[in-house]
Design a protein around this ligand. Structure first.
Ligand code: SF4
Length: 401
């Protein structure tokens, strides 16, 4: 019997919206070292917090769904057990809250404290304060509207600039994870609304969405463990997070529309959870953005008192007291979805995948890593980068640190 030669293995490269797209846009070379080189960052504070807050929201939703415990939840009794569980899950994956001002972990060898020993003053650090606010401010309004939580959405697209002699595959895969709200639940909540049951998310959707433009619809929700980005970036090397988050939601909506049970996707909502408890660094940036007119909240004389408080606040002072209304308004963003914008977002995703694939192919052909990958980032990103000491694209200012 003649055994045919083994055919060339067929592999479709898979790209995730957050892990690949947003990470590559920040800096291609950093993405290569961290993702393709499987080197986790030594201080993955941003990544740890992003995953932590997603995990906390997901687990809180599950507990609410099966127990329907009334809000507000108590930090020590209700929220801290969830935080500890998520902290453990992240540790298993090698993700730690290195910054001790961010999170107090009792899941450490030699740590003799028990949960009962924790107290709010010493142990409720920034991540816990944000988790508590995220659950108690948004959970009450958001959880009753969620139809599918942590929904994995996947899709295939033709490989941009496909060349059968060079390209790794004729298709590539995209994936992402989202929460989905449906119009049925939104409308029911709207009809049942009383002054005691004033759902902030329903009100926000109803004030932004064009009524009666569609029948049954869905809204995609994503959480971000960061402050609201500025609507314009002053430094051309800085990542335009405002635009990139919009592209991400538009791509999610395309992916979701490919699924069998999907309804029309009418909009996306992003919750910027750091706004609920901003750090001093966040506050400095908010102050600059208000001064330079780079933010959409506040606008037209809104939140006058909060704006005045921020303008008069100095970095060496204690963090100022801001109103809940101001923090809530800054933490929620509406993204309209239409076909034209969706096509633009997909084109952008294709371009990023094309760049990544070209860099990979260059490297596979023997090009040095630093020459094969595009390295461009603003000073802030370079300063926090693990590879700054040997990156030849880094600016001299951060190289000697
Ligand atoms: S130092 Fe800057 S340019 Fe170099 S890899 Fe890091 S972020 Fe990119």
């Amino acid at each position: 019997m003649k055994i045919p030669p083994k055919s060339k293995s067929y592999m479709i490269p898979e790209y995730s919206l957050t892990g690949d797209l947003l990470s590559y846009i920040t800096c291609g070379l950093q993405y290569r070292y961290q993702n393709k080189g499987a080197l986790p960052p030594s201080k993955p504070v941003q990544r740890w917090f992003g995953e932590f807050i997603h995990g906390v929201m997901e687990e809180s939703f599950n507990q609410w769904k099966f127990g329907k415990k009334e809000f507000p939840w108590d930090w020590k009794d209700d929220i801290r057990p969830i935080e500890d569980e998520i902290d453990l899950r992240l540790q298993v994956r090698g993700l730690y809250p290195h910054d001790e001002d961010l999170f107090f972990s009792i899941n450490q060898p030699g740590q003799d404290l028990k949960r009962e020993d924790l107290n709010e003053h010493d142990h409720k650090k920034l991540a816990s304060a944000r988790a508590e606010k995220a659950i108690n401010i948004w959970g009450e309004h958001l959880f009753p509207l969620i139809d599918s939580a942590e929904l994995l959405i996947k899709g295939l697209r033709p490989m941009p600039n496909y060349d059968k002699n060079i390209s790794r595959s004729n298709y590539y895969g995209i994936n992402g994870v989202v929460d989905v709200l449906t119009s049925t639940k939104i409308n029911r909540m709207h009809e049942e609304r009383t002054s005691a049951n004033n759902n902030k998310i329903v009100n926000f959707i109803k004030s932004n969405i064009k009524e009666n433009s569609i029948g049954e619809y869905e809204i995609i929700i994503d959480y971000k463990g960061m402050k609201r980005p500025p609507i314009k970036v002053a430094d051309p090397l800085s990542e335009d997070k405002w635009e990139n988050h919009k592209q991400q939601i538009l791509t999610y909506s395309w992916l979701r529309s490919k699924q069998e049970d999907a309804k029309d996707i009418s909009a996306g909502i992003i919750l910027y959870l750091n706004e609920l408890v901003p750090s001093k660094e966040d506050l400095m940036m908010i102050k600059e953005e208000i001064r330079d007119n780079l933010t959409d909240v506040p606008q037209n004389g809104e939140f006058e008192k909060d704006v005045e408080t921020i303008e008069n606040w100095k970095e060496e002072d204690k963090a100022p007291e801001l109103s809940d209304e101001f923090k809530i308004a800054r933490s929620i963003r509406f993204i309209e979805i239409n076909d034209k914008e969706k096509r633009k977002a997909l084109k952008k995703f294709d371009n990023v995948v094309c760049d990544i694939e070209n860099s990979l192919i260059r490297e596979m052909k023997g090009c040095k890593i630093q020459d094969a990958w595009k390295a461009e980032a603003d000073k802030r990103t370079c300063l926090a980068c693990d590879f700054k000491t040997f990156c030849k694209h880094n600016s001299d200012i951060t190289k000697n640190i």
